[in-house]
Design a protein around this ligand. Structure first.
Ligand SMILES: [Zn+2]
Length: 364
């Protein structure tokens, strides 16, 4: 087969696989077993070995598969990493989101770019890996629920640590217009629930207003936000340069004249360094447990403040020398390095010592 035919075949196969992948309705939180079976089957036929990790109900699955090197060298193994979930479908689709539709040389479908496209390309290339004289292992890492604060990847990472797979190069194929991304902030999301005592507004001393305590909590968050600005690292590569904090919503209360017994606050922070998240949480928890809660309990001992972690996506830190970035540079000829404002699984791989880069398809 000529090179041209080869690349044409690769292209057609990528589109075929991508179309199949889009047809699995793997919205975050939902069952992704059949998509994982599909990917695992393709790889197994090519001689790959694999293992799976799950959520508690085994409803959602991570797959880690390996095509072994034939001539093992000093070269680090490569992990091709993609998430299998897609965000829910918004209004405005003119085609079926779960059926790949090609129009004007563009393929439309939920997740076509973010990031089933990358998974399809990795799978289409797998036969080439299995036939060639590989001098390093190639791993395929397909995770669940990345879009909802990376719920799947940490379970896989734990297993990688157990199996001593802590060295290598990881390419996270999120859409970056093929630019080399070597850093992003963390993204930590929380919901804090306040429970007080309902009562009539004419006797405020007999109730515990969850709404009022939640407001003071929000006030503390805003105060701490200013402290985060002061902590901004001098050489920060991010815009804005400091860790940010945002209140997404405050929900509570039923009427003007009723003391609200329940309220919850949705908030998130995007730390530039992990220490900022630790600082913020410890100051906040101290304020809630040592100031607010004792006051609430004085009136109503069953009062509570409960902070739930929705997700804590660790930041992805720039490294002075990165094997992963150098590998991509050698392939694309692009020596630039950029940062992005969205979170990915990159920081999780980096945390266990795997050199990681985010680089993937064009968005438009
Ligand atoms: Zn993504």
């Amino acid at each position: 087969m000529s090179t041209e035919n080869n690349s044409e075949h690769l292209f057609k196969n990528s589109v075929k696989i991508l179309s199949d992948l889009i047809s699995f309705k793997t919205i975050s939180g939902e069952d992704n077993n059949s998509l994982i079976d599909y990917c695992d089957n393709i790889l197994k036929k090519l001689g790959a070995s694999s293992f799976r990790t799950f959520d508690d109900e085994k409803k959602r699955v991570n797959l880690f598969a390996t095509i072994k090197a034939k001539n093992l060298s000093e070269k680090k193994p490569i992990i091709l990493s993609g998430h299998t979930d897609v965000v829910p479908v918004s209004k405005g689709w003119t085609t079926d989101p779960f059926e790949a539709t090609i129009k004007d040389n563009k393929l439309y479908g939920r997740g076509s770019c973010d990031m089933k496209g990358f998974i399809a390309c990795a799978l289409a290339f797998a036969p080439i890996y299995s036939k060639s004289n590989l001098d390093r292992d190639i791993h395929f890492s397909f995770t669940f629920d990345e879009e909802t604060a990376c719920q799947g990847a940490p379970i896989l990472i734990e297993e990688l640590k157990k199996r001593n797979i802590k060295d290598g190069i990881c390419i996270v194929g999120e859409p970056t217009n093929m630019k080399i991304i070597d850093a992003h902030k963390g993204c930590y999301e929380y919901t804090t629930h306040f429970k007080g005592l309902a009562g009539h507004s004419s006797a405020p001393h007999k109730g515990v207003s969850a709404v009022e305590y939640a407001s003071r909590y929000v006030g503390k968050l805003i105060e701490l936000r200013e402290k985060l600005k002061e902590r901004s690292p001098k050489d920060s590569i991010f815009d804005p340069p400091h860790s940010t904090l945002s209140i997404g919503g405050i929900f509570g209360g039923i009427a003007h004249n009723v003391i609200a017994d329940k309220c919850h606050v949705n908030w998130e922070t995007r730390p530039v360094v992990k220490e900022d998240a630790v600082f913020l949480n410890s100051e906040l928890d101290k304020y809630a447990n040592e100031i607010l809660l004792p006051e609430m309990k004085k009136v109503y001992p069953q009062s509570s403040i409960e902070k739930n972690i929705i997700g804590e996506i660790v930041g992805f830190d720039r490294e002075h020398k990165s094997d992963a970035c150098e590998l991509i540079s050698s392939l694309t000829g692009d020596n630039s390095r950029q940062v992005v404002s969205f979170g990915t699984e990159a920081g999780l791989f980096q945390e266990i010592g795997i050199s990681t880069v985010v680089c993937g398809p064009w968005i438009n």
